[in-house]
Write a protein that binds this ligand. Structure first.
Ligand SMILES: Nc1nc2c(ncn2[C@@H]2O[C@H](COP(=O)(O)OP(=O)(O)O)[C@@H](O)[C@H]2O)c(=O)[nH]1
Ligand SMILES: Nc1ncnc2c1ncn2[C@@H]1O[C@H](COP(=O)(O)OP(=O)(O)O)[C@@H](O)[C@H]1O
Length: 184
């Protein structure tokens, strides 16, 4: 199989992390671990969910791209991408829509974009509460320009992204099964 990179993007709370973890568990699709200066959440594991960095250590990485999202830095490194591709030709990477655009430009042959959304944006807030994000973190996130931007598929991705409305997890799993069957 040729190298393929599933870029998973969409708004906060739309289910990017859930989909990426599920693809790893159910289909053995490795995840590219990215770097961030954001504080670790209670259920996150360093080196698995993210490499947690200081602004100084972030600067020392060989990043393919990086963004500021809701006041923190995020970036993906060549090392992490290659590490995942060493494990499997089919890998996944969770990024914001800015990152998705960069990846599509940089790896046009390898990239396939999944854009996750929900039909009622209000349900995203409930999901963040359920995830036990702090009220302050939720408020900051919802107020950010990046959150509002990532509610919609950007025009540059329109032609290329497969949109998944992740209202119902059982349906999403079926959509993913169909997609993986096409890729393999
Ligand atoms: N461009 C880019 N975005 C990233 C990277 N790592 C994470 N992100 C995105 O940064 C945003 C914030 O991530 P996070 O704080 O984990 O919040 P969450 O989306 O609510 O789980 C999300 O859209 C992530 O997909 C990266 O390396 N590059
Ligand atoms: N289809 C779904 N229905 C209900 N809750 C969901 C669904 N998909 C994900 N969730 C939950 O929503 C919350 C946010 O999901 P997460 O994957 O962390 O989103 P993201 O990575 O896009 O911010 C988590 O608590 C997750 O368990």
């Amino acid at each position: 199989m040729d190298k393929k990179l599933l870029i998973i993007t969409g708004a906060t709370g739309s289910g990017k992390t859930t989909v990426s973890h599920y693809l790893k568990e159910a289909y053995a699709i490795p995840q590219v671990v990215t770097h961030t200066t954001r504080p670790k959440r209670h259920n996150e594991v360093a080196g698995v969910d993210y490499y947690f960095e200081t602004p100084e250590s972030m600067q020392a990485k060989h990043l393919i791209e990086s963004v500021t999202y809701s006041g923190y830095q995020y970036g993906s490194s060549y090392e992490a991408l290659e590490l995942a591709w060493q494990q499997s030709p089919l890998i996944s990477l969770v990024v914001d829509t800015q990152g998705a655009k960069t990846y599509l430009k940089t790896f046009p042959q390898e990239v396939m974009v999944l854009f996750l959304t929900v039909s009622a944006p209000d349900s995203l807030v409930t999901r963040l509460q359920k995830r036990r994000d702090s009220p302050e973190a939720i408020e900051k996130r919802l107020a950010s320009a990046e959150f509002k931007r990532d509610l919609m598929v950007p025009s540059e991705l329109n032609q290329h992204a497969k949109v998944i409305v992740n209202d119902d997890w059982a349906l999403t799993k079926q959509t993913l099964a169909d997609l993986i069957a096409q890729l393999k």
